[in-house]
Design a protein around this ligand. Structure first.
Ligand code: PLP
Length: 260
């Protein structure tokens, strides 16, 4: 039996709702074999992030070498990368092994405010990793950080997508979850046109791990051979169901539900 294989390069959430745990659960639910290279451990639960403990760039590179020398991923995603030197090590290894179908979730700040990417690492992320990407998946605060724009109006969001596309990826998905309104509207820009993905907004506080889960679902679709548009469509349905059925566990922001 051949099975599609997906790799996540990301941080650990000890509470299991976001990060590498969310990614692996999502891969599994979508029928894809999951692999992981850890960048940092976080001490974390539904109340927030209590500690961040990065690995050395060498430890990250060595994990990628172990995977690269034995198990070729069909698609790869990155999540929490934490520092410029870890990003450099990852970009170097991805280029070395020629891994395609790269989805970059430009994780910067957790919902509770904890920093998951050092401020001085943003330029390295853009310079070294964005040109290798098939898709970048910023939410609106991340898109603002990347472009220096303030994103309130629809036309500004489209302009920000163009600017992020100019940073090197084949495609950009501007996630609309942080905007107001009855619909959660995501925009996929491929350098020529926009494709809109809409769902009814669900009013809930239990959204921990939504970004990780969404980008992992896109990665699983790509690993399975779907086109980018098909992968986003499947991922949008998956994240909608995951938020609808989010789990009332913990006393803070509960995690989304990863069962398909
Ligand atoms: N912790 C880790 C390790 C993550 O990778 C992420 C994801 O982006 C988060 C926390 C953020 O979680 P939240 O959805 O609560 O912002």
């Amino acid at each position: 039996m051949t099975i599609a294989k997906a790799l996540t390069i990301a941080g650990s959430d000890s509470g299991g709702g976001a990060g590498i745990q969310a990614d692996l659960k999502t891969f599994q639910e979508l029928g894809v074999y999951g692999m992981s290279a850890l960048t940092a451990a976080t001490a974390q639960n539904t109340l927030g992030v209590q500690g961040v403990f990065p690995l050395t760039p060498e430890a990250v590179a060595r994990q990628l070498d172990s995977i690269g020398k034995d198990l070729t991923p069909d698609a790869v995603k990155t999540g929490m990368l934490f520092s410029a030197d870890i990003i450099e090590a990852i970009a170097d290894r991805i280029a070395h092994y020629g891994w395609g179908n790269l989805v970059i979730d430009p994780v910067m700040v957790a919902k509770g405010g904890a920093s998951l990417l050092k401020a001085d690492a943003v330029t390295t992320l853009i310079r070294d990793l964005f040109p290798l990407a098939l898709i970048i998946t910023p939410n609106l605060p991340e898109a603002e950080m990347l472009t220096g724009m303030q994103l309130y109006k629809a036309e500004d969001i489209r302009e920000a997508a163009r600017r992020i596309h100019n940073m090197g990826p084949d495609m950009v998905i501007m996630k609309g979850g942080h905007a107001g309104g009855e619909l959660a509207r995501d925009l996929l820009y491929d350098g020529t046109g926009f494709t809109v993905f809409e769902s009814l907004r669900i009013r809930t506080e239990a959204t921990h791990g939504t970004g990780c889960t969404y980008s992992a679902a896109i990665t699983a679709g790509l690993a399975s051979g779907l086109s980018a548009i098909e992968a986003v469509r499947v991922a949008k349905d998956f994240i909608q169901a995951a938020i609808e059925d989010s789990l009332g566990i913990g006393s803070g922001h509960g995690p989304t539900n990863h069962f398909a």
